[in-house]
Design a binder for this molecule. Sequence first.
Ligand SMILES: Nc1ncnc2c1ncn2[C@@H]1O[C@H](COP(=O)(O)OP(=O)(O)OP(=O)(O)O)[C@@H](O)[C@H]1O
Ligand SMILES: [Mg+2]
Length: 504
Amino acid sequence: MAAMTQSTSAILSVRGVGKVFPGVKALQNVDFDLVPGEIHALLGENGAGKSTLIKVITGVHPRDAGRVIFNGTDIHPQHPGEAQNMGISTVYQEVNLVPTLSVAENLMLERQNLKWGFINWKPTIAAARDALATLGLDIDVERPLGSYSVAIQQLVAIARAVALDARVLILDEPTASLDAEEIKSLFQIMRDLRGRGMGIIFVTHFLDQVYAVTDRITVLRNGQRVGTFVTADLARIDLIGHMLGRELAEVSSHRHHDERGFTGKGNQIQIKNLGRKRMLHPVSLELSGGEIVGLAGLLGSGRTELAELIFGAQKADSGLVFINGEPVMLRSPQHAIRSGFALCPEDRKQDGIVAELSVRENIILALQGRRGWLRPIPGAEQQKIADDMIRALGIATPDREKPVGQLSGGNQQKVILARWLVAKPLFLILDEPTRGIDVGAHADIIKLIKELCDEGLALLVASSELEEIVAFADRVVVMRDREKVSELVGAEITQSRIIEAIAR
Ligand SMILES: Nc1ncnc2c1ncn2[C@@H]1O[C@H](COP(=O)(O)OP(=O)(O)OP(=O)(O)O)[C@@H](O)[C@H]1O
Ligand SMILES: [Mg+2]
């Protein structure tokens, strides 16, 4: 295991940095070095302080202690724009561009081609196309950014950083919403940039990606630096140990596939030929209470569309949904919720989180909605529900009354997940439930999902992580090109069988 090498050739150095939020020591005495021509992973559990370190470096938050040295000089950027002008570009966890502006406008934000005070469109559009071409992305740059998938929005944010000729590029979970192909091309771009001497900081929860593309790893835990290591010298099991501060054995014990005998006694949900033109070929599917059905397929294969049609978030133009043989009208999410359905969406930031409300208020929201707003849940019960979930999912928050917007990205996701888990619907659809969630919490979430299932809940879980699907699913439905192409049961559920079905 390599110790931290005190590098004199660093392009970016952090020395003794501290940052306190009310009730939280987010960073304590953190040191960090980035050398030109390296991809440096910044790792740690949800709430470990990764995003805060980045925000302190780039001037989103003022630091309480310590130094940030860029290119040999102490810097004190007051906002990310200033850091960017110095040569430090950042792509944040949440795409922080403007969805209503066109792709071209977003790419050129703050550096538009101005001619007598007007945007000079021709060069702006041409430059935007060029920037995207370097990422192998060929899209209509005049359409609003918000009309594209999160994946594409993320790539636009990266293209923007690249186009600004940064010397340091910081990527905070850029791959959370990219599919395998997009990740491959992003990695190619990262390697190219490294070859040109750029220093890249890369935050991710996917350990495969860490080993695929990074040179060194710095691990944070509870706001402190655990160590810096050469990736090739650090075994995965040791890395996880550093991140969690405990052994992997505890974590992996409930992750293997138990052949839970399925009784089929609970509620029966039948989906018959549910579809919508140009969106999803009619899909039929049956689920029973106590069963977990995995939904596999590449990004864009129709997974999310199927979830939204079932939930009434998109209107189907064919097909019906039955609960215990009775047809139900799912014309809107409100109808679906009243019928006992729940959807935890993929884009939780946009569709779920109420940043100003507390952790407790966010958690009880769906349960309160089910019980009816005229019968408020008593305070003591709310507190107990919130505390139970904070414990079960390991939500890192000083207390249940903290506004959710102040939690780390992964912990916000846990709160939304908790909201749907406590609502105890009869049918729960989870779209990418563990995206952005750290390796330790993964296991907690899967354990909780299984427990709920044992209480009779029917679950449909869309995930791009095959390992995870194999670990929890009783049945797997594979989607491809907006169509159901395969259904696997029991022993047929293996990663290779799923990949075969996806790729066929
Ligand atoms: N604006 C804020 N106000 C108050 N507390 C904050 C704020 N931003 C972050 N925190 C707290 O600081 C700690 C570190 O959060 P940070 O976002 O840096 O974690 P992270 O390592 O990026 O986690 P994740 O993997 O979930 O994104 C957390 O306890 C979080 O609740
Ligand atoms: Mg973060």
